[in-house]
Design a protein around this ligand. Sequence first.
Ligand code: LP5
Ligand code: MN
Length: 241
Amino acid sequence: MTILFISDLHLSPLRPDITDCFLDFMNTEAIHAEKLYVLGDLFEFWIGDDDNSPFNVVIKEAFKALTQHGVKCYFIQGNRDFLLNKRFCKETGVQLLADHTVIDINNEKVLIMHGDTLCIDDIKYQEFRAKVHQPWLQWVFNRIPLFIRQRIVKNVQDKIKEKKQHKKLTIMDVTQSEVERVMRQEGVKRLIHGHTHRPNVHTFNHNSEEMTRIVLGDWYTQGSILEFKNNKYTLQNKSFK
Ligand code: LP5
Ligand code: MN
């Protein structure tokens, strides 16, 4: 049984090297897996399920081919593709999961998420997140013509980019007490997430129990995959061609 996890690809037409690596991953590794979990930020930004740009169609076709081949695909929204929704899933056969989802892997309960909700010291981001996750605002936003939505996103991104440069790196990492709180609340000893772009396997003790937090890597300079096979988790890299 092989289960694969990826996140933080930030796919965009501006990075054909990442796209090629991703499509190769779908055709060579993912096609032989039982399940593929995408833990958010698959796209640099997802403007809405009605954006049928040629680029988006290529990516959707890749997922459709995978699910039609029998590989189960799951998606958790990231902070860059929180507008990816039911229509994308209907078109591709991908199943949308809740922000925090507990899955069963080999009889172990494992919590999976994008990871942005763990960064609670990043107060400005959490306020921003709460705003853009309001259902009424998303409802209104989805009804604005596509080209205007693109302009709004560009404007907000430019505004935010500048602010992010002044943030401390520690603020943009997870808060350990929040990790422990959420893992305790969900009754798990293993957590898998992305977002921070700091691939690693952290083990720590909490209430005399050993806990593990696996962090997925980004796809900025190479592909990054977590594989569960033969009862073992391995973080792997995939070079760009
Ligand atoms: O992804 P990464 O690592 O670069 O940065 C994230 C956080 N940034 C974001 C922003 C998105 O990448 C880009 C969002 C464009 C949004 C378009 C809005 C469309 C409206 C939709 C309405 C339904 O997620 C970054 C974190 C970092 O992770 C690490 O955790 O720090 O957060 C920020 O930089 C956010 C700033 O701190 C807060 C900025 C407030 C700006 C307010 C603009 C008003 C927007 C109002 C929207 C209606
Ligand atoms: Mn992210």
